[in-house]
Design a protein around this ligand. Sequence first.
Ligand SMILES: Cc1ncc(COP(=O)(O)O)c(C=O)c1O
Length: 448
Amino acid sequence: MIGARCAEIHSVKPGAKHDPLTPFHAMSDFDATDYSLADFQWNDNPDVLSPPKDFEEWSSDPRIQVAFDLFEQELQDSPSARTTMRSNIDGEAREVINLTSYNYLGLSTHPEVVEAAQQAADDYGISSSGSAMLSGTFDLHNEFSEQLAHFKQKEACMLFSSGLGGNMGAIQGMLQPGDVLVMDEKCHKSIVDGGTLARAKSVSFEHNDPESLDAQLERHSDKRCLVAVEGVYSMDGDLVDLPAIVEVCNDHDVPIYLDEAHSTLMFGENSRGVAEYYGLEDEVGVSFGTLSKSFGGVGGFVCANEPLIEYMKSYASPFQFSCSLPPPIVAGMMKSLEVATRDDTLQNQLWDNVEYFRENLEAMNLDLGESESQIIPIIIGDSAEQLYPMAVQAQQRGLFVQPIDFPAVEAHARRFRISVSSELTQEDIDEACNIIEDVIARPLRKSA
Ligand SMILES: Cc1ncc(COP(=O)(O)O)c(C=O)c1O
């Protein structure tokens, strides 16, 4: 019984080390830094209103508390390249260079976007106050859905009030018990949760590995399968090897679901994303995008053939049972689409910044993984003891860059993740790199 329970616990999170049947206070050599969030997903407390018994002891350790303090820090200004942040670490409000936002093209504060949102707030109020199906579809939603479908070269589009809801809802709308969701192992949690919501079997293949994908499709050849991949992977900034994935999927006659959260408005001649960049748009069955990143707003959208979109509307809970996007957001996002596609100004600024930033980081001999995009990881290795003090020092020097720890990434590849924005100036990048050299690169060289 005990063994079975532990097996269940360990199947919850690979890499979990803590056996809840051996409480921390009973361990003479308990060291909080040996454990991670992976260890507390299983709650052994009979009271569902309480966290796992050891969680509080673990999380109150000062070294762990620092990690929690680095979450949910208070921004007191827009998510721009320079912003004001009140630090959870020392309570100070300071101006920081912001390398954490996905506002890649600076559209969340673009004057035309803000003006469009303000005008829509005057015309429609701030909320649609109803689900799209029953009372929350406005002319703005219809117009924007059509624009997005046209932009993504698909027949139809449905809007969701979050990107996460979009992935979950679309996958729930397409799959059913008995189906198989075959995901790249680096896919976002919203795709994983979509499989859970659909009660489909979820399996993964090795990152960007066509042979591993082929083996999974072979194994499940008697089932209805959907292959999910991302245009740009959010922790590593590398691109999907779409030509190889398409070849395998075509061999098995299995459709592709492509999450272009971090690539829409960024890649391809017309900024339609990575599928356009590879010239493979027709090979993608469902194209997902979010409005919270390069669009600078909030919401998700899913584009596919019209019968599928019409069908999914009745079965995707985050669409059917949730309030539709606020009209000011929709109007703002329509303007974002227009601004970002009328010429390449913002994209050129962004890619110039990415190149300049990358050159500077490479000159410091930092490990940038396989990044090919505006997401650049600085992989520091397995040392959590270095990760958090570095993050705190960076912040105190005026650089907001987030540490990413296990289990979000593998324990041997802890990292900082830089999101480059078109809004950064060369001076911002120079200053950021000086801080990175002092608090990350030099200490890493010393400890090598
Ligand atoms: C690849 C990917 N898909 C989906 C989402 C969810 O998008 P949103 O934050 O807009 O809900 C994210 C968010 O970070 C993401 O990185």
